[in-house]
Design a binder for this molecule. Sequence first.
Ligand SMILES: Nc1ncnc2c1ncn2[C@@H]1O[C@H](COP(=O)(O)OP(=O)(O)OP(=O)(O)O)[C@@H](O)[C@H]1O
Ligand SMILES: [Mg+2]
Length: 318
Amino acid sequence: MTSTGPTFADLAHRAAARRDRPAYGHDALITCDRLVRIFSTDGVEVQALQGLDLLVREGELMALVGSSGSGKSTLMNILAGLDTPTAGAARVAGHDLLTMTAKDRLRYRREIVGFVWQQTSRNLLPYLTAAQNVALPMQLGGARTRRRDRSERALELLELLEVADCRDRRPQEMSGGQQQRVAIAVALANAPKVLLADEPTGELDSHTGEQIFAAFRTANEHLGTTIVIVTHDQAVAGEVRRTVAIRDGRTSTEVLRRTEIDAATGQEAVVAREYATLDRAGRLQLPAEYTEALGMRHRVALELERDHIGVWPDDSES
Ligand SMILES: Nc1ncnc2c1ncn2[C@@H]1O[C@H](COP(=O)(O)OP(=O)(O)OP(=O)(O)O)[C@@H](O)[C@H]1O
Ligand SMILES: [Mg+2]
């Protein structure tokens, strides 16, 4: 650890305090508002994001799911500062991702976000050891750090992620799971506000995938880093409190999980509940399984009740 910044204990304390705060109001660290990204190749336009809304609270650990081509990587690349949206608004830790200058963007990528990719080979430099890989971003970062502080912090991060024994090994001398844990340490080197991971367990078997997920949880709990993980893995998605589903370039539904004590047995149980996103214009996307089950198309009947809104199949023509 460098001599200045907060200690791991301070960060863990702050993270715990944040996790207990329920609301999303003004403390969102990531805000996407009607985000649009259109790709044009050879005159053909693809709307990868079609007005996506997303709020992520500081200190959250959440998962993004969605079928292939739904826009998950497009969103991650924008949040990582590697790509710019066509329209809409995106802010991360006070940085406006649409209007940022090239210089700000470089600083943003080095200091505000860290990322872990699916391909283990894309995360680490092959000719550097694990410890050197972790120290490199600190060396490139703005803050002037001494070589000894850098290697101390690198080792602390490798220890935290339980791969300290790999410190003198090059990537090809490590397993895929070890490489991904070192990759998380690299991504955390400059103490970013946000850690983004696009299918980080995609190339690993399920047991190793679980270990990688545990490493993300450790980073979230001990360092307070806000973490967004794109995953196809249902087991991983089931481990987080909040899973947001993307469909056709928009956020459609989300599942929130809470631990509750069962009144009858006194045992703890995780209760999951599905929610739909309501955008600022009041638009709501109902899950296709629900509308198809009731044959709802084009139009539905609505009724405002005291504590809920009723939605019925269109009966006007029957
Ligand atoms: N650079 C690009 N140029 C043109 N089209 C692109 C580009 N990147 C993505 N797309 C298109 O945008 C859409 C969303 O792609 P994206 O990679 O974000 O999907 P994804 O949800 O990450 O899918 P997967 O689960 O397969 O990784 C797709 O139709 C894709 O073909
Ligand atoms: Mg993808």
